[in-house]
Structure formats: structure tokens, C-alpha cells
Design a protein around this ligand. Sequence first.
Ligand code: SF4
Length: 364
Amino acid sequence: MTPTDLRTFRRRLLSWFRKNARALPWRATRDAYAIWISEIMLQQTQVATVIPYFQRFLERFPTLVALADAGEQEVLCLWAGLGYYRRARDLWRAARQLHEAGHGTVPNDPDLVRTLSGFGRYTANAVLSQAYDRPLPIVEANSLRVLCRLFAIDQDPKQNVVQKQLWRLAETLVPRTRAGDFNQAMMELGALVCTPHKPDCGQCPVAAHCQARRTGRQDEIPPRAKSPEIVAIEEVAAIVRKFDKLLLAQRPDGGRWARMWEFPHHAVNPGEAHADSVVRLLETVGLEGEVQEELATIDHSLTRFRITMTCYAVAHKRRAGALKRYTDAVWIAPTKLTTYPLSAPQKRLVAFLQEQLLWTKAQG
Ligand code: SF4
């Protein structure tokens, strides 16, 4: 783009954003801490899902100091259901790092911010441009698509060389002032107009600058990644009852759902009967029990895995060894289950059991 084109491009995009931007809670603030929370929650998660989590989180932890002072399990509890829990742990860790270094919010210091847990180049630049108007570029899923189409980049955007090219282009586009608005405008254009399928070029404020549109290739750019093959997994879960309490177990450090709590569950071996699989599952929590009726089936997806988890009531008999797959276990009253951080499928299981009024049965 010539310098004149670039000025026109920025003016058109910003003017469109002023009129069309969605009123989102994190757009009503310049508080770097609140913007940071929103940016982390929005990673791989839709806006509509994030809004209530963002509001609850800020109510409970209105400042960085409040977050740094909280316990990890409390932070995970508020995050429960949002997925990608590593984000919550990194957020909490970064809040503590900043608090220990004497900061009360995310500082206006790119070099420092990039050293914190969970801050990649995108997150650091998004937060600092929105909170402090730092002229830093961003590239994420929506703006990446817009950039590819504007400059007719038809190679796989995951390639390193293409990534570098996109960041360079983003750097040339971002203005010296109003960088935060500009970055948000690029993302908003990708979310509302320059969508993955059927971009609405007729409504696009920067259509005159778009090379993909000029050559009629907006539907082909960027090239679509091949969908991964779906893998079906069969699991069993054990709802173990001992008097009026149920067993929750804590997952180990590292891996998916690290340090979160759940009803024990695992994958059924090929050809294995469910009852046998539940007995094998009980060994991993060091218990013997009587496998009783099937209570519920929970279907959920994890990346390319489609998991069907069949949940069985189990009456506790006796201890039979140490914990194996889990690091801790507690017997807990059914009403207290949600005070522990549970993943989305585990929360659904709790809700399902409550809905079916099965607690009475589970409590004997
Ligand atoms: Fe996207 Fe169409 Fe606008 Fe180009 S003209 S940026 S393809 S919406």
C-alpha cells in the first residue's frame, strides 16, 4: 500500500469500528488487568461463552492483587467449564509474579510482560495496545484471515515463513496512535464481515484495498486446513458412595485438567465389559466396591476425540491399596461437589445427577 492508501485504509477501518463494534464488557475499560483477563479467556473460546465468565471473574478478583492473593484451586473453580485450564494457572502465576515484583496491574513494559507466564507475542501486544495505546501489531485467527485476504496470501498461514510475513504486514498497518482500536477493528472485521465462510465483501469498509476480492478469491484464501479424523472413545466413570458421601479424585500435575477434581473415569479397553472396566477403575483409586446401576451417559468432545462416558453407581466396600492415577481423593457431600474445580463434562455429570434427583439414591 502507498502511504496515502494506508492512511485511507486506517481511517475507513476505524470509522467502521466506531459505528459497528459490539459493546463487549472489556471494551468499556482501559484497565490493563481487566483487558488481560479478557484476552486470556478469549483464546480458543467464543465471545458469548466468555462474557459471563469474565464478569464473574472480575467480581471475585477485581484487581491483580486480589487474584495474586487467591489460591490456585479457587481460580480454577471460577474457570471451571471454560476449558484450557492451563490458561487459568498461567494467569494466576503471572499475577503472583507481578505482585511479588511490586506491580498492581499489567505494566506498560513489553519486555517485562513478555517474560510472564502465558504471555506470547499476541497477548502482550493485544493487552499493551488496548490498555496503553502502544503501537504494537497483533495477529490472531480473525485478523490473520483478514490479512491473508487483503494481501492475497494463499499459502498455509501456519507455516513459519507465512507467519513472519503476516506479522511484518501487521506491523506496517498498525498506526502510531489508536493502535488498540485499530487492532480490535481488524479482529472485529474478521469476526463480523470477513468471516471464514462467505465473507460479506459488499459491507466491507476496506474492500477497495483487498487483493483477494479484486481477483474473486476471497472464498479460497486462506486455504482451509484438512479437518482431523474424528476418534470415538468409550469411557466409564464411577460415582462411588460411602454412607452419604461421594468420592472425588484429584488429577495429577501436568497434562489435561491438571490438579482438577473429578469422578474417577477412564477409557474402556477393547472388548472389555463395562462392569470389569469399572472394577479396574476402582483399583486406580485404591478401592473395592460393588458396581450397581448405570446412572447417566455424558457425551463430550475434546479436540478430535468424541467421548462417550457411561457413569455407574458404585457402593464402597473397602480400601484396597494406594491411589494410582490420582494424587488425592476426598469423600464429599453431594451439595459440596461444585466447590471443587471440575471440568465441563464433570460439571454436566453433576448437573445431570441433580436434575434426575439421583442424589437421594446416591445417598442411600
Ligand atoms: Fe474480507 Fe471481503 Fe473485506 Fe476482502 S473485501 S477484507 S475478503 S470482507
